[in-house]
Write a protein that binds this ligand. Structure first.
Ligand SMILES: Cc1cc2nc3c(=O)[nH]c(=O)nc-3n(C[C@H](O)[C@H](O)[C@H](O)COP(=O)(O)OP(=O)(O)OC[C@H]3O[C@@H](n4cnc5c(N)ncnc54)[C@H](O)[C@@H]3O)c2cc1C
Length: 724
């Protein structure tokens, strides 16, 4: 039976991972912020100078908004407007087709749906990830640092200037035209035109409200507004504290392809062409398009891509558009990049070692692959023209899509997946009812697996675990005690007088109880053997009952070891290692009193030995075989079947081995000791009277020895096993 030892590795501070992120878009910055908050050392390499504000507005639906809030970013603080409704107009007439109050629907979701300017979100994320404020060490941002290649195995990135940087883990967040993606086998996917392109522009809200033709469209604040025709649509929503309206005009690519030269997000669109493309729309809608500032009008192809075979390889993970480029039809591109970044951080908490990274990325992939692709597939369907939907037999069910998209928390999901994984790997974890809350802390759970391991081990080193055991060994009746023993157990000696010990231990400084302690008192019957099925015998001391004055060790001991523990109050009154009086009671009814007087210090005994074994000299019966440990009998009643057990078997807790690292115990002995056991009725001891009656009936023929043993280091009985 081993002493609970301190794992020195648990006292070392865990080391942060060195994480290299390629791309400072929304995905890369979210990952940087979340990983920084986990305590890691993060560097971001961004190809651009990040000098100009780019893009227009972006959706932060409940699923993304909740994650940003968790990271400390409030959409309201960056001008986010809550989306309270959706309205669709008939494009040709401008009349309302339908209207939904999403704020009411929003009650179903944990977090609101916000509409924010992409540049405001981007700069807030950048500040939080790289600024001096906030949890963890600021991520280091390298701008104008284009990454050319990634060596996923050696975690090395090579920049355009030929320099290399090595880390413990690489995140490819380099967008739809990702270089990192090509380092994943089968990842050399090329994005392709989905068949649709989009004009993007912003207009001040008051420009629209001051024109009677367009004022109606913004009469309700916080609305996502759509004009959907057969193969083209116009989407409008507010941002920047409702002072700006964001427009996305999605149309067949071939109609604007003359404007697209390949400049990506910065391509400038032609207003005349936009008006031509939307010529079938009602004049009131065209009046909106007329107001666009051509110098700021952007147009880009909406790119799609074949599914990646995997988002991970070796120590590289790709996230956001690099892993799964999104069409804009559900406003989930940014949201999924945010989910990716947060999920990555969730599976890489502080304490993750470089060697753990590969398997953690597997968990990341399990959390993200199916969900990102499912939302991509919903998005493709949501963008289909009416004819295409009919031809493909697809059904559009936005409510189903929204429920799936919005009702997910990527942090909780990934954290839970990590916990499940750790549980499946960690054979030291103990589970006791209730199991729903995860593994149970307790005396036999090594502290190195405990989230507070460092603090607990420090406490343990500062305040050692100590025990003080008062024991009175006495002669008693073999026949009286024999009746108590379960089948298979017997006294080894044929003598009619046998020995038993009442032993009371007070434990202090117990690390698993955060430095607290408790007392236990038990009856130990010596000279017992158990005959196994093959006829061989095991020798030991039998423990029929152990009283304890704290629920926690009773529960852990009964559940994990099968020990016969019961609750009782144990009052130990000591006088400087000289005298002691112990009272065993329950709610004021004392049913056992034990005294030891005139204790005197003995010469030190070998560590781990409670008493020296008698040495056989001269003629007489052979000495009893050495005892191998303590026996007890596990019994678990069956639910709903009175009188039956779910399981019952004998257990042996082997004797502790001498531990070179612990001090020799101090031992004090006396011949002056008393035992007084009283039978109490069911009214005084409603749940213990049967035990008290049995104990009080036990004859006491005389005290053999009485002792106090003080020692440091407490056994956790983790060696206890079924005998067979
Ligand atoms: C300029 C721009 C404007 C956008 N505007 C909108 C918008 O208005 N509304 C909307 O819904 N979505 C917009 N998007 C798309 C949306 O932001 C993304 O779908 C989503 O946020 C995914 O983010 P991401 O971080 O995966 O990729 P991105 O946002 O594309 O970010 C990728 C980053 O990686 C950098 N990068 C690329 N290659 C390398 C390399 N080799 N080495 C280092 N860095 C590299 C890029 O410069 C970029 O900063 C825009 C994206 C961009 C880049």
């Amino acid at each position: 039976m081993a002493q609970t030892s301190v794992d020195s590795s648990a006292t070392e501070q865990p080391k942060p991972l060195r994480i290299l992120i390629i791309g400072a878009g929304i995905g890369g910055l979210t990952a940087a912020l979340a990983l920084r908050q986990q305590g890691h050392d993060v560097q971001i390499f961004e190809s651009s100078k990040l000098a100009q504000e780019t893009g227009a507005a972006i959706h932060l639906a409940s699923n993304a908004n909740g994650l940003l809030r968790r990271l400390g970013l409030d959409a309201e603080a960056i001008g986010g407007v809550e989306c309270v409704g959706v309205v669709e107009y008939i494009p040709q007439t401008g009349a309302v087709k339908y209207q939904i109050d999403t704020a009411k629907m929003g009650k179903m979701w944990q977090h609101p749906w916000h509409l924010v300017h992409r540049a405001h979100l981007h700069s807030a994320l950048k500040e939080m990830a790289t600024g001096s404020e906030g949890k963890g060490q600021a991520a280091k941002l390298h701008v104008a640092s284009r990454v050319q290649t990634v060596d996923a195995k050696n975690c090395t990135i090579t920049l355009e200037d030929g320099s290399t940087v090595q880390g413990d883990f690489v995140v490819g967040a380099d967008g739809v035209h990702s270089r990192a993606r090509t380092s994943i086998p089968g990842g050399d996917k090329q994005p392709f035109d989905s068949g649709k392109s989009a004009f993007r522009f912003l207009l001040p809200t008051d420009v629209l409200s001051s024109d009677p033709q367009t004022a109606e469209f913004i009469s309700k604040t916080g609305y996502l507004t759509m004009w959907i025709a057969e193969d083209r649509r116009l989407i409008m929503y507010p941002c920047v504290n409702n002072t700006m309206m964001n427009f996305v005009a999605i149309h067949p690519s071939k109609e604007s392809e003359a404007d697209i030269t390949g400049a990506g997000w910065q391509e400038t669109g032609s207003k005349a062409r936009m008006l031509e493309i939307y010529k079938s729309f009602a004049p009131s809608i065209r009046a909106i398009l007329e107001k666009a500032d051509e110098s700021k009008l952007k147009v880009w192809q909406l790119l799609d891509m074949e599914q990646m075979p995997s988002f991970i390889h070796e120590k590289l993970a790709v996230i956001g558009d690099a892993a799964h480029p999104f069409l804009p039809h559900q406003g989930q591109g940014g949201g999924q990049a945010i989910e990716d970044g947060v999920a990555l951080a969730a599976v890489l908490p502080m304490g993750t070692t470089p060697a753990d990274v590969k398997e953690r990325l597997q968990i990341f992939e399990e959390c993200r692959y199916e969900r990102a692709h499912k939302i991509q597939s919903f998005t493709r369907t949501a963008g289909m023209d009416t004819a295409e939907l009919a031809a493909k037999g697809e059904k559009l069910d936005m409510m189903v899509y929204m429920a799936y998209n919005f009702g997910h928390d990527a942090w909780d999901y990934a954290t839970n997946a990590l916990q499940k994984h750790l549980k499946s790997k960690d054979k030291s974890l103990r589970f006791r009812s209730p199991i729903e809350f995860g593994a149970a802390p307790g005396p036999r759970r090594p502290l190195c697996f405990h989230p507070n391991a460092t603090k607990l081990n420090a406490l343990r080193q500062k305040t050692p675990e100590t025990s003080r055991t008062y024991s009175i060994k006495f002669r008693t009746s073999r026949t009286y005690l024999q009746n108590l023993l379960p089948a298979g157990f017997a006294f080894t000696s044929p003598a009619t007088a046998v020995s038993a010990t009442i032993s009371c231990t007070t434990l202090d400084g117990m690390a698993w109880l955060a430095g607290g302690g408790y007392s236990h008192l038990g009856l130990y019957i010596h000279g017992i053997n158990y005959t196994k099925r093959d006829g061989s015998k095991v020798f030991g001391t039998y423990l029929p009952v152990l009283f304890e004055n704290l629920a926690d060790p009773i529960i852990t001991g009964r559940d994990e070891l099968g020990m016969p523990k019961l609750f009782a109050d144990i009052d130990v009154k000591e006088n400087a290692d000289k005298d002691c009086e112990i009272a065993l009671s329950w709610r004021g009814t004392t049913f056992g009193t034990f005294t030891l007087s005139d204790l005197n210090e003995e010469t030190p005994v070998a560590n781990g030995e409670q008493s020296s074994a008698p040495v056989q000299r001269g003629p007489g019966p052979p000495p009893p075989p050495p005892e191998q440990g303590t026996f007890f009998y596990r019994y678990v009643p069956a639910v709903g079947e009175p009188g039956k057990s779910d399981v019952e078997y004998p257990v042996l807790a082997p004797k502790p081995e001498a531990d070179a690292g612990t001090e020799f115990p101090k031992s004090f002995a006396t011949k002056t000791a008393t035992i007084s056991l009283r039978a109490e009725d069911w009214q005084a001891l409603p749940t213990l009277h049967h035990v008290s009656e049995w104990l009080a009936g036990m004859p006491i023929y005389g005290v053999e020895e009485a002792k106090l043993v003080r020692s440091t280091g407490v056994t956790d009985l983790s060696g206890a096993r079924r005998i067979e």
